[in-house]
Ligand binder design. Sequence first.
Ligand SMILES: CC(C)(COP(=O)(O)OP(=O)(O)OC[C@H]1O[C@@H](n2cnc3c(N)ncnc32)[C@H](O)[C@@H]1OP(=O)(O)O)[C@@H](O)C(=O)NCCC(=O)NCCS
Length: 168
Amino acid sequence: MVETLITIRNAREDDAQGIADVHDAAWRDAYRGIIPGRELEKMIARRGPRWWHLAIVRKSRLVVLDFDETIGGYASYGRNRVPSMPYGAEIFELYIAPEFQGLGFGRRLFDAARRDLGEHGYSTVIVWALADNDRAIAFYKRLGGTFVREAQERFGAEMRSRVAFAFE
Ligand SMILES: CC(C)(COP(=O)(O)OP(=O)(O)OC[C@H]1O[C@@H](n2cnc3c(N)ncnc32)[C@H](O)[C@@H]1OP(=O)(O)O)[C@@H](O)C(=O)NCCC(=O)NCCS
């Protein structure tokens, strides 16, 4: 019998390419038809392996879902970037490669990020998603998030709504 070892662990320098691949595939899958095409391509191009390598060596909080050396997802998190909101931490990004979605791994990554934040003294967490990203909205609601704010974000010449969910 062949067993695949699935772990959630801190990102290492040699994960940069794998994380960039997940980012590329998950962003295309999630945002085509939501973020204008040219802007989406620019955003993906900026986030190649060099960008991720830098994020890892700068010790950003970044965990990966490791399937026997294949990166299947990642989550990045840290201090809440909107200090006027009463939440200590923020999950900046949480992405699962399309072929691994819907299998419980998003929840596992989310729980791992929250556990790590809790161990660093953060009990409240906020997460933003584009309002048109139905899958992410359903996911955060299912995980118990409470809708707390809506804001606008510019993509080139166009604006899109994004919404924040809080977890206390
Ligand atoms: C959103 C995302 C992180 C969810 O991860 P996932 O692995 O697909 O989700 P899970 O299988 O862990 O689902 C967790 C729970 O959410 C529910 N859920 C997930 N997607 C759902 C959907 N589209 N509709 C309704 N419920 C959904 C599941 O039923 C599950 O509930 P349960 O644990 O009570 O059975 C993942 O699909 C993803 O990366 N999507 C593309 C990128 C994205 O939108 N990221 C978020 C950016 S803010």
